[in-house]
Design a protein around this ligand. Structure first.
Ligand SMILES: *[C@@H]1O[C@H](CO)[C@@H](O)[C@H](O)[C@H]1NC(C)=O
Length: 336
């Protein structure tokens, strides 16, 4: 198995120049890369978000906390948690007047089965009107927390009677009042992700949660390690990353092909999160290669520097600044 993987990566590495050669149009702007460390005991900022006032970045880390960057003087503060247990355990600290987790059993946890208890917030998106934060948590399902943070409130933890096992990513249709989200597997928990990969599990689902009715519709099932989700700018289709088949799948939502799904893009790497920018293009994080930006036709517009980005799970673009998360590092990368 190990040798096969090595050969696979070697074959894939031959194809990198092809990916770069596909880059279309004029020269992308030169980017400079910087690191923003998360500070002690915080790792794995899988996804990145900014709130309705442009504050942030916010990141979910591997011990279940959602942190917010304030400024260079204050650094990171603890904004929210997804686990009610993490909260009650830390009430003593709360009564002391500060919302801290330093002595909690969850604090500093990384990649441990204990995350079933402590939470692992993977997907983060704000409703830019209300400033409420939606969270896809691999342990606690779909949740929401208000603008002041605290303990997130669960919205759903199963669909069609099948419990969520490994919620991973989400995108919002803010005006339409809907959340599109993925469950990577119906069998394997996140901390057991290597089993989900090595067994060829195909129990991933793409779903839509309707805010008004509170109902969940399963849009696609049988996905291979369902991961990132992104709605198109016009909301006529939704993309979903299938990590283990190195594929991004498109599901049409409106128009003559509504309900039809098709291959949107084959990648050389394994895709992770997908985010749309203001132009309607998509940033796709992939491993072991650097992220790429593609347009609505899947044409590659830009590839980031592989020298500067060693592992990436998420790329968001805010006024031409990129913020890049990683499920294993203890820093964010940002560009100027
Ligand atoms: C966002 O907030 C607006 C205003 O309250 C609401 O109409 C809309 O349904 C919300 N959408 C989501 C996805 O929360």
């Amino acid at each position: 198995m190990k040798n096969q993987v090595v050969v696979l990566f070697w074959l894939l590495s031959l194809s990198i120049p092809l990916a770069l050669a596909q880059t279309r149009g004029g020269q992308p702007p030169p980017r400079r890369y910087h690191r923003l460390p998360l500070g002690p005991n915080a790792v794995g900022p899988e996804s990145v978000a900014f709130d309705c006032q442009g504050r942030g970045p916010y990141v979910g880390v591997s011990d279940g906390r959602i942190l917010r960057w304030e400024n260079p003087q204050v650094g990171w503060t603890e904004f929210a948690v997804t686990s009610p247990y993490s909260f009650s355990y830390n009430q003593a600290e709360l009564m002391g007047g500060r919302f801290i987790f330093r002595t909690g059993r969850c604090h500093g946890l990384n990649n441990s089965p204990m995350e079933q208890y402590c939470g692992r917030p993977l997907g983060l998106k704000f409703n830019s009107t209300t400033c409420e934060l939606y969270i896809a948590d691999s342990s606690f399902g779909l949740l929401r927390v208000g603008r002041h943070g605290g303990v997130a409130v669960p919205l759903a933890n199963s669909a069609e009677g099948v419990p969520f096992r490994f919620l991973n990513a989400l995108d919002l249709d803010i005006e339409g009042g809907a959340v599109y989200f993925t469950d990577t597997s119906s069998y394997f928990n996140r901390w057991n992700f290597q089993r989900a990969m090595s067994t060829g599990d195909r129990s991933g689902r793409l779903m839509r949660y309707d805010l008004v009715t509170g109902t969940i519709t399963v849009l696609l099932r049988g996905l291979s390690f369902a991961n990132g989700v992104a709605l198109s700018k016009n909301k006529d289709f939704v993309l979903v990353a299938e990590t283990m088949t190195s594929q991004v799948t498109r599901l049409w939502l409106t128009g003559p092909r509504a309900g039809v799904s098709e291959v949107f893009l084959h990648l050389y790497g394994h895709p992770d999160n997908i985010n749309r920018n203001a132009d309607g293009d998509f940033w796709i994080a992939q491993n072991p290669y650097p992220p790429i930006k593609v347009d609505e036709y899947g044409r590659v517009l830009e590839a980031l520097s592989g020298d500067e980005i060693v592992d990436s799970s998420d790329v968001i673009e805010i006024r031409n600044t990129l913020w890049i998360g990683s499920v294993v590092q203890n820093y964010l990368v940002f560009t100027t």
